[in-house]
Design a binder for this molecule. Structure first.
Ligand code: UD1
Ligand code: CA
Length: 458
């Protein structure tokens, strides 16, 4: 079996943050989550994540249930280091396994690259391979030591390197593939005899060489994939690289991005052909957008399902559904569980929550629609409020097909407006409106002729 051990127990001191490093997000998902996804793409059947510092935050940042969390004890007196972290997973590894070692701070690694690494190891019968890269500036990384024949001898950490070794441009990505047997044997032999008093996973390469195992290196094609994130500066760099990749993928599939630099689409979002996305859009989570839509302005869309030919302008949509040919915005707010039908208009400053709105209905301006079920071709006038909360409980309002709700009306829930019900502007409705009835629920206007003149002549 191929399994992954993903190291995410470190604090990430250089992040200067109260959030553990691996839980920091890149394009909407935690870094460790991206690494787990890459491992899944590379057919890892089991993923073991080593957690320690801030482990609750790391665990809660992970999606899916094919992940096993193993705690590395952390504290001032505890041993430390990438080698020590891997030791925690020992009992999960059997000799026949292939073990990918990954780090929680390289969110850009691709599943395809990990697959290549596994294939290379299998084809060359290697017991251990390190994924390497050539960097112009190798500062901070472990350096790959090779002999004249080009065979890998070992890895030397930056802090332990001599001046000559510091000149080496080939670096350790932190990603390895081991046979279970070789890895377990090497771990037994690790010491913390180095400048940082840490157990380094990198030392396993030299140990296995000495013991006569087949050890190799695999040079990465795209260096960006292993850019490690150790600071907020590198976090922003990783975000940019991933954002570009995501946006290019959408454009290649036929989505028009007016200015990809300023379009924020999280991994996993699906967008149809010829949909046009203007700058400033933020599209998140499991959102799915159909064909020929137009998304304009600073629209923020999270976990929504949007049909075809929908136009959304400067609006916020959360966990909602919007069907074909509907217009939303500008400045509308769809809160969770809003289900909007076809050819509906949700206009400016309209807020909808936990409500269903039927095909062809319109709420063009300044309304609050909460906990309602609205039929087809209903007209909701300007300023209508669905009064859904009595201070203790929420109640539902039902509005039938073709109803007309005059401007500035209050529908005090629980209440039903039957089909073709017609409500006069400014009404406060507390009782059922029967099918086809006109309902007026407001004080009658009284006119007092000449009242102002009398007042002024006093
Ligand atoms: C490590 C490598 C270095 C490589 C670089 C690539 C070692 C000793 N060094 O250095 O050769 O070039 O990655 O990015 O392996 N972690 C734990 N438990 C620990 C210590 C670390 O889980 O006790 C985790 C961290 O959370 C992190 C990962 O291991 O996700 C790497 O640790 P980090 O301190 O970032 O290692 P580097 O100094 O970057
Ligand atoms: Ca690192």
């Amino acid at each position: 079996m191929i399994l992954s051990v993903i190291l995410a127990a470190g604090e990430g001191t250089r992040m200067k943050s109260n959030i553990p490093k691996a839980a920091h997000k890149v394009c909407g998902k935690s870094m460790v989550n991206h690494v787990i996804n890459a491992a899944r793409d590379a057919s890892c059947e089991k993923n073991i994540v080593i957690v320690g510092h801030g482990k609750e935050k790391v665990i809660s940042s992970v999606e899916g249930n094919d992940v096993e969390f193993v705690t590395q004890p952390v504290g001032d007196d505890m041993p430390y280091g990438t080698g020590y972290a891997v030791m925690q997973a020992k009992e999960y590894i059997s000799d026949e396994d292939k073990v990918l070692i990954l780090t929680g701070d390289t969110p850009l690694i691709e599943g395809d690259t990990l697959k290549e690494l596994v294939d290379y190891g299998t084809n060359n019968n290697l017991d251990a391979i390190v994924l390497t890269a050539k960097f112009k500036d190798s500062t901070g990384y472990g350096r790959i030591k090779r002999n004249e024949k080009g065979n890998i001898l070992g890895i030397i950490e930056h802090k332990d390197a001599s001046e000559n070794e510091l000149d080496i441009k080939e670096i350790n990505s932190g990603i390895f593939l081991f046979s279970g047997k070789a890895l377990k044997e090497a771990l037994e032999n690790l010491t913390n005899d180095n400048s940082q008093n840490e157990y380094y996973i990198t030392d396993t390469i030299e140990i296995l060489n000495r013991k006569g195992y087949n050890v190799g290196g695999y040079l990465l094609k795209d260096n960006k994939e292993i850019s490690g994130v150790n600071s907020k500066v590198q976090l922003a760099e990783a975000e940019k690289i991933m954002r570009d990749k995501i946006n290019i993928e959408h454009m290649l599939k036929g989505v028009t991005l007016i200015n990809p630099e300023n379009t924020y689409i999280e991994k996993g979002v699906i967008i149809g052909r010829d949909t046009i996305i203007y700058p400033g859009a933020i599209i998140k989570g499991s959102t799915k957008i159909g064909d020929n839509c137009i998304i304009e302005g600073n629209s923020d869309i999270k976990d929504c399902i949007i049909g075809d030919r929908v136009n959304i302008k400067s609006s916020t949509l959360i966990e909602s559904k919007v069907d074909d040919d509907t217009k939303v915005g500008p400045n509308a707010y769809l809160r969770p569980n809003s289900v909007i039908g076809k050819s509906v208009k949700i206009g400016d400053f309209v807020e909808v929550k936990n409500s269903k709105i039927g095909n062809g209905s319109k709420a063009s301006h300044l309304s609050y629609i909460g906990d309602a079920e609205i039929g087809e071709n209903v007209n909701i006038g300007c300023g209508v409020v669905f009064v859904n909360y009595d201070g203790e409980k929420k109640h539902r309002t039902i509005v039938g097909d073709n109803a007309f709700i005059g401007s500035n009306s209050n529908l005090v829930a629980p209440v039903i407006i039957r089909d073709n019900g017609y409500i006069a502007a400014g009404s406060t409705i507390t009782h059922e409106v029967k099918e086809g009835d006109l309902s007026i629920g407001r004080a009658r206007q009284i006119n007092k002729p000449g009242w102002v003149f009398r007042k002024n002549n006093k």
